[in-house]
Design a protein around this ligand. Structure first.
Ligand code: GLN
Length: 361
């Protein structure tokens, strides 16, 4: 059994056992309190550049599905075509697995994709540190020491966004543009199964000349203010009337285009049980989340209002336009993993498109 070290920016060093690739890797250390869904989280492009600490004490016990099975041009069991995290930190790693869809060991999968893991460390103590001091840079060190790396200084969206336009359900009556800033597959699935044509475009693509009925902006990694081209394109779209829906980074980008600002949360929201309340109601939902930045809704631009708020820390979980059919959420209505309570938002967006097209009153 090989030893590796988890080293924090403040010098704190924790020794553990290696699994996955035996290499060194550096990034931002964040914690995730979800109890299940590691294949989904590890392939979520929003985690690009991050070393994920899982608080759930046993990881790996249900294995990993096949990454090569494709349904409707989409990886069937993954949220993208590769592991996106930089490293994985767990307490107990189970090399044995049992699950109807288990195809490979978590450690084997990490190794195949050259991602290091460390286990046998106190993930709850690490989580307390991150909660008290905030998310911090860190590195997993195998043989060779490497520099710390701050992913939030890089345009990670450009690294994970697709490079060419891709269409799903081509020819369907309702057409949406999906700006891919690192979209999770389940967002694409949620649209595809509702029968709309999805025109998936790169983050910096000028979609203004394409024929479409609604605009969707995806989740994605890193600091939203670095997505300058998307924000400029969105500014133009906000002057029009076509329905707009955004998720997570999409929420932040629409907010920035409208004139609001974003800030970095102390340690972010990464779990499957984040409670949110819909503004003006007592309707609460338990949501899946994965973000480190948030929109500042204490001073939203004219014409906009808070749509959802987080019941743990009061931060903004979505905004909506007071007159136009524009709304965005910070949480993940597509779940994967996590609760599906807010999946109705996809139907609301499509209903807004039908109203815009005069098919619904
Ligand atoms: N899941 C996401 O889209 C994350 C958005 C952004 N990168 C953040 O961390 O806040």
């Amino acid at each position: 059994m090989k030893k590796v070290k988890l080293v924090f920016q403040d010098g704190q060093t924790i020794e553990g056992n290696s699994f996955g690739a035996y290499i060194s890797a550096a990034g931002e250390v964040v914690f995730n309190t979800a109890m299940v869904g590691y294949p989904d989280s590890l392939t979520d492009p929003s985690y690009k550049g991050q070393i994920m600490v899982m608080t759930f004490p046993i990881v790996g016990n249900y294995g990993v599905p096949s990454e090569t099975e494709i349904i409707d041009q989409i990886e069937a069991f993954m949220e993208s075509n590769q592991i996106q995290v930089t490293g994985l930190v767990v307490s107990y790693y189970s090399d044995e697995f049992s699950h109807w869809n288990g195809f490979q060991k978590l450690g084997e999968w990490l190794e195949k994709q050259n991602i290091p893991g460390i286990y046998g460390v106190d993930t709850r103590a690490i989580t307390k540190k991150l909660r008290e001091e905030g998310s911090t840079l860190g590195k997993i060190i195998a043989e060779n020491d490497i520099e710390f790396y701050d992913p939030n200084l890089d345009n990670l969206v450009d690294q994970v966004s697709l490079k060419e336009v891709k269409r799903y359900n081509e020819g369907a009556e309702i057409k949406i543009i999906l700006i891919d800033c690192g979209v999770k597959n389940n967002i694409v699935r949620c649209f595809v199964k509702r029968g709309v044509e999805v025109i998936r475009v790169p983050w910096n693509y000028d979609y203004s000349t394409l024929a479409y009925d609604g605009l969707f902006i995806s989740n994605g990694p890193g600091d939203p203010t670095l997505c300058d081209v998307t924000i400029e394109n969105l500014k133009k779209s906000l002057t029009e009337d076509k329905p707009i829906f955004g998720i997570c980074l999409g929420n932040q980008l629409v907010g920035l285009a409208a004139g609001a600002s974003t800030f970095k949360l102390k340690y972010g929201h990464r779990s499957h049980n984040q409670p949110v309340v819909m503004a003006g109601t007592k309707r609460c939902f338990i949501t899946s989340q994965n973000h480190g930045f948030a929109l500042d809704d204490s001073k939203l631009p004219d014409g906009w209002e808070t749509y959802f708020s987080n019941l743990n820390d009061g931060t903004c979980e979505g905004i909506r336009h007071k007159e136009k059919p524009f709304f965005t959420v910070q949480f993940h209505p597509e779940a994967m993993g996590g609760p599906v309570d807010t999946e109705f938002l996809f139907d609301e967006f499509i209903n807004e498109i039908k109203k815009y097209k005069g098919e619904l009153v």
